[in-house]
Ligand binder design. Structure first.
Ligand code: DX5
Ligand code: ZN
Length: 242
Protein backbone atom coordinates (compact mmCIF):
# COMPACT_ATOMS: atom_id res chain seq x y z
CA UNK A 1 0.00 0.00 0.00
CA UNK A 2 1.27 3.48 -0.81
CA UNK A 3 1.99 5.46 2.30
CA UNK A 4 0.76 8.59 0.55
CA UNK A 5 -2.90 7.73 0.10
CA UNK A 6 -5.35 7.89 2.96
CA UNK A 7 -9.13 7.58 3.11
CA UNK A 8 -10.67 11.05 3.10
CA UNK A 9 -14.33 11.55 3.99
CA UNK A 10 -15.92 14.82 2.91
CA UNK A 11 -19.44 15.67 4.05
CA UNK A 12 -20.96 18.13 1.58
CA UNK A 13 -22.21 21.16 3.48
CA UNK A 14 -24.79 21.61 0.74
CA UNK A 15 -26.87 19.29 2.92
CA UNK A 16 -26.27 21.35 6.09
CA UNK A 17 -28.60 24.01 7.46
CA UNK A 18 -26.98 27.19 6.12
CA UNK A 19 -28.32 29.14 9.10
CA UNK A 20 -26.20 26.99 11.42
CA UNK A 21 -23.37 26.25 9.01
CA UNK A 22 -20.41 26.64 11.37
CA UNK A 23 -21.97 24.46 14.07
CA UNK A 24 -23.06 21.81 11.54
CA UNK A 25 -19.58 21.81 9.97
CA UNK A 26 -17.68 21.48 13.23
CA UNK A 27 -20.06 18.77 14.37
CA UNK A 28 -19.17 16.73 11.28
CA UNK A 29 -15.46 17.17 11.99
CA UNK A 30 -15.97 15.99 15.57
CA UNK A 31 -17.85 12.95 14.25
CA UNK A 32 -15.03 11.88 11.96
CA UNK A 33 -15.11 13.98 8.79
CA UNK A 34 -11.70 14.57 7.21
CA UNK A 35 -12.60 17.62 5.07
CA UNK A 36 -15.61 19.86 4.53
CA UNK A 37 -16.83 19.85 0.92
CA UNK A 38 -18.13 23.24 -0.19
CA UNK A 39 -20.34 23.21 -3.31
CA UNK A 40 -20.17 26.53 -5.12
CA UNK A 41 -22.78 27.01 -7.88
CA UNK A 42 -23.28 30.14 -9.97
CA UNK A 43 -26.69 29.48 -11.57
CA UNK A 44 -24.97 29.47 -14.98
CA UNK A 45 -22.59 26.51 -15.17
CA UNK A 46 -25.27 24.55 -13.31
CA UNK A 47 -28.93 25.28 -12.76
CA UNK A 48 -28.65 26.16 -9.08
CA UNK A 49 -27.19 28.91 -6.89
CA UNK A 50 -25.52 28.12 -3.59
CA UNK A 51 -22.72 30.00 -1.89
CA UNK A 52 -19.64 32.05 -2.73
CA UNK A 53 -16.44 33.48 -1.23
CA UNK A 54 -18.15 35.53 1.55
CA UNK A 55 -19.57 32.36 3.07
CA UNK A 56 -16.20 30.59 2.83
CA UNK A 57 -14.63 33.62 4.51
CA UNK A 58 -17.16 33.52 7.37
CA UNK A 59 -16.86 29.77 7.78
CA UNK A 60 -13.05 30.08 7.82
CA UNK A 61 -13.30 32.14 11.01
CA UNK A 62 -15.27 29.41 12.76
CA UNK A 63 -13.56 26.20 11.74
CA UNK A 64 -10.08 24.76 11.38
CA UNK A 65 -11.43 22.15 8.96
CA UNK A 66 -9.95 21.71 5.49
CA UNK A 67 -12.27 23.60 3.12
CA UNK A 68 -12.53 21.58 -0.09
CA UNK A 69 -14.20 23.99 -2.53
CA UNK A 70 -15.88 22.47 -5.60
CA UNK A 71 -16.45 25.29 -8.07
CA UNK A 72 -19.41 24.69 -10.38
CA UNK A 73 -19.04 28.07 -12.07
CA UNK A 74 -18.57 29.06 -15.71
CA UNK A 75 -15.48 31.21 -15.16
CA UNK A 76 -13.38 29.90 -12.28
CA UNK A 77 -10.49 32.19 -13.31
CA UNK A 78 -12.56 35.18 -12.12
CA UNK A 79 -12.91 33.76 -8.63
CA UNK A 80 -9.54 32.20 -7.78
CA UNK A 81 -8.26 35.29 -6.01
CA UNK A 82 -11.38 35.62 -3.87
CA UNK A 83 -11.57 31.96 -2.84
CA UNK A 84 -7.92 31.83 -1.86
CA UNK A 85 -8.26 35.07 0.07
CA UNK A 86 -11.39 33.70 1.75
CA UNK A 87 -9.40 30.72 3.05
CA UNK A 88 -10.10 27.82 0.68
CA UNK A 89 -7.71 24.90 1.26
CA UNK A 90 -8.43 23.27 -2.09
CA UNK A 91 -10.10 24.51 -5.25
CA UNK A 92 -11.51 21.94 -7.62
CA UNK A 93 -12.72 23.44 -10.91
CA UNK A 94 -14.43 21.86 -13.89
CA UNK A 95 -12.54 20.92 -17.04
CA UNK A 96 -15.74 21.91 -18.89
CA UNK A 97 -15.70 25.45 -17.48
CA UNK A 98 -13.80 28.42 -19.01
CA UNK A 99 -13.21 27.20 -22.59
CA UNK A 100 -13.40 23.50 -21.76
CA UNK A 101 -9.95 22.74 -23.16
CA UNK A 102 -6.42 21.96 -22.05
CA UNK A 103 -5.10 25.48 -22.43
CA UNK A 104 -7.77 27.10 -20.28
CA UNK A 105 -7.48 24.35 -17.68
CA UNK A 106 -3.74 24.87 -17.50
CA UNK A 107 -4.38 28.61 -17.19
CA UNK A 108 -6.65 28.18 -14.17
CA UNK A 109 -4.12 25.84 -12.54
CA UNK A 110 -1.41 28.48 -13.05
CA UNK A 111 -3.66 31.16 -11.58
CA UNK A 112 -4.09 29.12 -8.41
CA UNK A 113 -0.34 28.64 -8.06
CA UNK A 114 0.38 32.34 -8.81
CA UNK A 115 -2.28 33.54 -6.40
CA UNK A 116 -0.81 31.32 -3.68
CA UNK A 117 2.56 32.99 -4.16
CA UNK A 118 1.02 36.48 -4.07
CA UNK A 119 -1.00 35.77 -0.95
CA UNK A 120 1.48 33.51 0.80
CA UNK A 121 -1.05 30.66 0.83
CA UNK A 122 -0.98 26.96 0.00
CA UNK A 123 -4.37 26.32 -1.60
CA UNK A 124 -4.35 23.05 -3.53
CA UNK A 125 -5.47 22.86 -7.19
CA UNK A 126 -7.71 20.05 -8.44
CA UNK A 127 -9.75 19.24 -11.55
CA UNK A 128 -13.17 17.64 -11.99
CA UNK A 129 -14.98 16.11 -14.95
CA UNK A 130 -18.74 15.82 -15.46
CA UNK A 131 -20.26 12.42 -16.32
CA UNK A 132 -20.26 12.99 -20.09
CA UNK A 133 -16.61 14.10 -20.23
CA UNK A 134 -14.11 11.31 -20.91
CA UNK A 135 -11.34 11.13 -18.34
CA UNK A 136 -8.55 10.86 -20.91
CA UNK A 137 -8.81 14.61 -21.59
CA UNK A 138 -6.85 14.94 -18.33
CA UNK A 139 -3.98 12.61 -19.26
CA UNK A 140 -1.78 15.30 -20.84
CA UNK A 141 -2.03 17.36 -17.65
CA UNK A 142 -1.56 14.44 -15.28
CA UNK A 143 1.29 12.85 -17.23
CA UNK A 144 3.43 15.97 -16.86
CA UNK A 145 2.32 16.23 -13.26
CA UNK A 146 4.85 13.44 -12.56
CA UNK A 147 4.79 11.26 -9.49
CA UNK A 148 4.92 14.21 -7.12
CA UNK A 149 1.48 15.57 -8.10
CA UNK A 150 2.60 19.00 -7.04
CA UNK A 151 0.62 20.75 -9.70
CA UNK A 152 -2.62 18.78 -9.54
CA UNK A 153 -3.58 17.69 -6.05
CA UNK A 154 -6.64 15.63 -6.88
CA UNK A 155 -9.00 14.58 -9.65
CA UNK A 156 -12.72 14.47 -8.95
CA UNK A 157 -14.97 12.14 -10.91
CA UNK A 158 -18.62 13.23 -10.73
CA UNK A 159 -20.99 10.34 -10.11
CA UNK A 160 -24.07 12.55 -10.72
CA UNK A 161 -24.71 15.51 -13.01
CA UNK A 162 -23.52 18.47 -10.95
CA UNK A 163 -26.16 20.84 -9.59
CA UNK A 164 -28.05 19.14 -6.80
CA UNK A 165 -27.64 16.88 -3.83
CA UNK A 166 -29.71 13.73 -3.37
CA UNK A 167 -29.32 12.24 -6.86
CA UNK A 168 -28.71 8.58 -7.68
CA UNK A 169 -25.13 7.27 -7.97
CA UNK A 170 -23.98 6.58 -11.55
CA UNK A 171 -22.05 3.30 -11.38
CA UNK A 172 -20.84 3.62 -14.95
CA UNK A 173 -18.58 6.51 -13.92
CA UNK A 174 -16.44 4.14 -11.84
CA UNK A 175 -14.68 2.95 -14.98
CA UNK A 176 -13.03 6.38 -15.09
CA UNK A 177 -11.82 5.89 -11.52
CA UNK A 178 -10.38 2.47 -12.42
CA UNK A 179 -8.52 3.90 -15.41
CA UNK A 180 -7.12 6.79 -13.37
CA UNK A 181 -6.06 4.59 -10.45
CA UNK A 182 -4.23 2.18 -12.71
CA UNK A 183 -2.40 4.99 -14.46
CA UNK A 184 -1.72 7.19 -11.40
CA UNK A 185 -1.27 4.98 -8.30
CA UNK A 186 -0.59 7.85 -5.90
CA UNK A 187 -3.12 10.43 -7.14
CA UNK A 188 -5.94 11.53 -4.85
CA UNK A 189 -9.11 10.43 -6.63
CA UNK A 190 -12.40 11.81 -5.32
CA UNK A 191 -15.93 10.68 -6.17
CA UNK A 192 -18.88 13.03 -5.65
CA UNK A 193 -22.61 12.35 -5.93
CA UNK A 194 -24.93 9.69 -4.58
CA UNK A 195 -22.35 8.19 -2.21
CA UNK A 196 -23.98 6.11 0.53
CA UNK A 197 -22.83 3.31 2.84
CA UNK A 198 -23.67 0.98 -0.06
CA UNK A 199 -22.40 2.83 -3.13
CA UNK A 200 -19.11 3.73 -1.46
CA UNK A 201 -18.13 0.10 -2.03
CA UNK A 202 -18.16 0.64 -5.80
CA UNK A 203 -16.12 3.83 -5.53
CA UNK A 204 -13.61 2.20 -3.19
CA UNK A 205 -13.29 -0.94 -5.33
CA UNK A 206 -12.58 1.21 -8.37
CA UNK A 207 -9.77 2.95 -6.48
CA UNK A 208 -11.20 6.17 -5.04
CA UNK A 209 -9.62 7.27 -1.75
CA UNK A 210 -11.68 10.45 -1.31
CA UNK A 211 -15.48 10.51 -1.16
CA UNK A 212 -18.00 13.31 -0.92
CA UNK A 213 -21.38 12.63 0.60
CA UNK A 214 -24.18 15.08 1.36
CA UNK A 215 -27.56 13.46 1.95
CA UNK A 216 -26.30 10.10 3.18
CA UNK A 217 -24.22 11.67 5.95
CA UNK A 218 -26.43 14.60 6.95
CA UNK A 219 -29.66 12.57 6.87
CA UNK A 220 -28.12 9.56 8.58
CA UNK A 221 -29.53 8.76 12.03
CA UNK A 222 -25.88 8.19 12.97
CA UNK A 223 -23.48 10.29 10.83
CA UNK A 224 -20.49 9.07 12.84
CA UNK A 225 -21.30 5.48 11.96
CA UNK A 226 -21.95 6.34 8.31
CA UNK A 227 -18.60 8.11 8.01
CA UNK A 228 -16.82 5.25 9.77
CA UNK A 229 -18.32 2.74 7.34
CA UNK A 230 -17.18 4.89 4.42
CA UNK A 231 -13.66 5.23 5.82
CA UNK A 232 -13.32 1.52 6.55
CA UNK A 233 -14.63 0.58 3.13
CA UNK A 234 -12.03 2.76 1.42
CA UNK A 235 -9.27 1.50 3.69
CA UNK A 236 -10.21 -2.08 2.92
CA UNK A 237 -9.76 -1.54 -0.82
CA UNK A 238 -6.82 0.88 -0.88
CA UNK A 239 -4.22 -1.87 -0.82
CA UNK A 240 -5.77 -3.70 -3.77
CA UNK A 241 -5.50 -0.72 -6.05
CA UNK A 242 -1.90 0.28 -5.56
C1 DX5 B 1 -23.58 17.94 -6.66
C2 DX5 B 1 -22.56 18.28 -5.63
C3 DX5 B 1 -22.37 17.27 -4.57
C4 DX5 B 1 -23.57 17.04 -3.69
C5 DX5 B 1 -23.52 15.62 -3.21
O1 DX5 B 1 -23.53 18.86 -7.67
O2 DX5 B 1 -21.31 18.47 -6.24
O3 DX5 B 1 -21.24 17.57 -3.76
O4 DX5 B 1 -23.63 17.89 -2.58
O5 DX5 B 1 -24.69 15.34 -2.55
P1 DX5 B 1 -25.25 13.84 -2.42
O6 DX5 B 1 -24.25 13.09 -1.61
O7 DX5 B 1 -26.54 14.06 -1.71
O8 DX5 B 1 -25.39 13.29 -3.80
ZN1 ZN C 1 -19.50 18.69 -4.94
Amino acid sequence: MSHKLAPIICPSILSADFATLAADSNKMLELGATWLHVDVMDGHFVNNITIGPPVVKSLRKHTKGFLDCHLMVSHPSKWIHDFIEAGADNITFHYESENGDLASTQHVLSLIHEENKKQGKDCKASIVVKPKTPVDVLFPLLDVNSSSHENIFMVLIMSVEPGFGGQAFMSDQMEKVRVLRERYPSLNIQVDGGITEETVVEAAKAGANVVVSGSAIFKSPNPQHTMRVMRETILQHLGNNQ
